[in-house]
Design a protein around this ligand. Structure first.
Ligand code: C2E
Ligand code: MG
Ligand code: MG
Ligand code: MG
Length: 278
């Protein structure tokens, strides 16, 4: 914005604002370049079936490897990409990468697993996400039933009727829908029944203090129970200890993701891990 208003206007900014504006402009051009120059990478974190201990899927997590800064975490650049309107391009790139990778793994004879991709709320609101996913699926030949889209609770709560419509279009393509970071927003489980969903992901903050915190144990087991009542599969995020896993198993949680199994890995390392379980 500062750029469009011309250089003369910089004198009206305080020093801090000027710095912030410059940093933003800098980050914006860096991100555009990163997308063009393949500094963005997709990592894969295993999702494990709690009853069998087997990897049944992976969540695709974006990484930015910057030549000077090293790895920049998504929490730092996704919000910027959203603000500057670059998230649609980045999101489309991630979806294409993941579907291509998934097709490669199937062709290489790896066991079929689901691949989960995070969608930003912006991608639901703007453009025709169902049409673009449909196009990506047919370009790459990745089977829709192995693609899962993760949306946060807050993405559902904005403009509910439109979101239900978009989710129905996505479901009609054959893809699955997961609610990410569940429990951190303000929606109730009852509210969720208005949406066509497949998976509920319990936020890491409710898992962290299991088994020490009674409250969190009760919240987690309530989410598992009610998720099942709504005929959803339930996945626990951020599982780091065997005690947490034992608790989740006892309470019938379906899947987990977390450092206990593995952090997100480069595609080739993930493939090696997947291969090693057979
Ligand atoms: P998320 O979708 O909730 O992803 C889970 C985050 O938890 C990931 O962080 C993952 O690395 C981290 N995590 C998983 N297991 C553990 C654990 O046991 N302990 C700890 N401490 N952390 C664990 P990451 O990769 O930094 O991603 C952060 C967020 O950035 C994601 O949260 C998601 O909201 C967003 N994000 C990542 N990739 C994309 C993308 O391609 N598109 C969009 N729109 N957002 C993305
Ligand atoms: Mg996620
Ligand atoms: Mg999450
Ligand atoms: Mg999160």
């Amino acid at each position: 914005r500062a750029k469009a208003e011309g250089r003369g206007n910089f004198k009206y900014f305080s020093e801090d604002l000027t710095q912030a504006a410059l940093r933003r402009l800098n980050l914006e051009s860096l991100l555009r370049r990163a997308l063009r120059h393949q500094e963005l990478l997709v990592y894969y974190q295993p999702q494990v079936d709690i009853s069998t201990g087997r990897i049944i899927g992976a969540e695709a997590l974006l990484r930015w490897h910057h030549a000077q800064e090293g790895m920049i975490p998504p929490s730092q650049f996704i919000p910027v990409a959203e603000e500057i309107g670059l998230i649609a391009d980045i999101g489309e790139w991630v979806l294409t990468q993941v579907c291509r990778q998934g097709r490669c793994w199937l062709d290489a004879g790896l066991p079929p697993i689901k691949l989960a991709v995070n969608l930003s709320p912006h991608q639901l609101r703007h453009g025709d996400i169902a049409a673009s996913i449909d196009a990506i699926l047919s370009q790459t030949g990745f089977p829709p039933e192995f693609l899962e889209l993760e949306l946060t609770e807050s993405a559902l709560m904005e403009r509910e009727t439109e979101v239900v419509l978009v989710l129905c279009q996505l479901r009609a393509l054959g893809v699955r829908i997961a609610i990410d970071d569940f429990g951190t927003g303000y929606s109730s489980l009852a509210y969720l029944k208005h949406f066509p969903l497949d998976v509920l992901k319990i936020d890491k903050t409710f898992i962290d203090d299991i088994p020490q915190l009674e409250d969190d144990k009760e919240i987690a087991s309530a989410i598992i129970g009610m998720g099942h009542t709504l005929r959803l599969q339930v996945l626990a995020e951020g599982v780091e200890t065997q005690e947490q896993l034992d608790f989740l198993q006892e309470h019938g949680c379906d899947f987990y993701q977390g450092y206990l199994k593995s952090p997100a890995l480069p595609a080739s390392d993930f493939a090696a891990l997947l291969r090693s379980q057979f």
